[in-house]
Write a protein that binds this ligand. Sequence first.
Ligand SMILES: *[C@@H]1O[C@H](CO)[C@@H](O)[C@H](O)[C@H]1NC(C)=O
Ligand SMILES: *[C@@H]1O[C@H](CO)[C@@H](O)[C@H](O)[C@H]1NC(C)=O
Ligand SMILES: *[C@@H]1O[C@H](CO)[C@@H](O)[C@H](O)[C@H]1NC(C)=O
Ligand SMILES: *[C@@H]1O[C@H](CO)[C@@H](O)[C@H](O)[C@H]1NC(C)=O
Ligand SMILES: *[C@@H]1O[C@H](CO)[C@@H](O)[C@H](O)[C@H]1NC(C)=O
Ligand SMILES: *[C@@H]1O[C@H](CO)[C@@H](O)[C@H](O)[C@H]1NC(C)=O
Length: 273
Amino acid sequence: MALQLRHWLPLPLLLVVLVAAASHGAPSGGDSYDASLCAPDRCGNVSVGYPFYFPNKAAVLLGNSSSYCGYPGFAVLCEDGKAAMEFGGEKYYVSNIDYNDFTVSLVDPEVQEDGSCPIADHNVTLPQTSWMYYPNTTVDYLVFFLNCSFGSGIGRPTNISPIGCDIFGGGLSFVLPRRDVPAGDWWRACQQVVEVPVLKYVLPADPQNDPDWRNRGFGRALRAGFQLAWERKNSACDQCEQSKGQCGYNQEGEFVGCLCSDRRVQAHNCTSA
Ligand SMILES: *[C@@H]1O[C@H](CO)[C@@H](O)[C@H](O)[C@H]1NC(C)=O
Ligand SMILES: *[C@@H]1O[C@H](CO)[C@@H](O)[C@H](O)[C@H]1NC(C)=O
Ligand SMILES: *[C@@H]1O[C@H](CO)[C@@H](O)[C@H](O)[C@H]1NC(C)=O
Ligand SMILES: *[C@@H]1O[C@H](CO)[C@@H](O)[C@H](O)[C@H]1NC(C)=O
Ligand SMILES: *[C@@H]1O[C@H](CO)[C@@H](O)[C@H](O)[C@H]1NC(C)=O
Ligand SMILES: *[C@@H]1O[C@H](CO)[C@@H](O)[C@H](O)[C@H]1NC(C)=O
């Protein structure tokens, strides 16, 4: 970051900036930290900033090694210009982060290809301790029933139609919004049941009577991805942010300090005398 500044600031202005930075605020204890730690950055077309962070931006904060400026579990990887997050052992592309709405938009890379039969083959699983959740204003759920063989005591519900593309060579597969799943244990006829979040607005009113939906529509729904919302779940971090600081955490997910605009790390907040 400092190197980048040098490239475009004329020398006199650079000196002013450095002097201002050095004299800004009265340092009141606490270690200093490198400004780049909390500075937002881009990955491809996605702006990644607090409380998200790149895992390679780590520092020693109040003696805690490999600490970062952001929330636990909010690491964003940047690979080949694509931002991604990992949870439940799976990787998801980040298409947008909305810092005013506290939402992040994600897409499963495995359903990105066009044309094929884009079924979901794994559940999206958030860690139990995650500070992220599915916002019920924008997210609904699709359930895939894959490779079902009816007969031998298990009847097929009459009011559902199979999806139009065949991936399993024989067995029928179904995709239903969660609200439309017929009651009963008929799904035991299926090899796999997978539930994935999707955006509400991509679901038609009556998907079962919409042949386009059963053939391609659900693929578009998967490719549109889903959203997660986030919230802070830590009173130590509340206190820090209320004083306009940003929270630092260590690799164990423990709050280690409050990163203040005077480039000092304080134990609790930025208002301490
Ligand atoms: C690390 O952070 C913890 C708070 O989570 C703090 O108690 C501890 O003193 C810090 N320093 C080291 C060296 O662990
Ligand atoms: C970034 O590009 C991807 C792929 O073209 C697109 O889906 C996404 O919406 C873009 N995100 C932003 C924030 O423009
Ligand atoms: C969404 O969740 C909130 C609680 O988190 C609840 O009050 C609200 O009724 C829910 N809305 C819908 C549409 O389910
Ligand atoms: C589909 O299910 C049948 C058994 O009902 C199984 O023999 C077959 O291997 C399955 N196909 C795939 C691709 O998993
Ligand atoms: C995926 O979710 C569905 C629906 O909640 C559940 O029945 C199934 O057991 C889950 N599969 C795995 C592998 O967790
Ligand atoms: C800020 O931290 C100091 C201790 O460093 C504490 O005395 C004070 O009450 C805290 N202020 C707020 C607003 O939490």
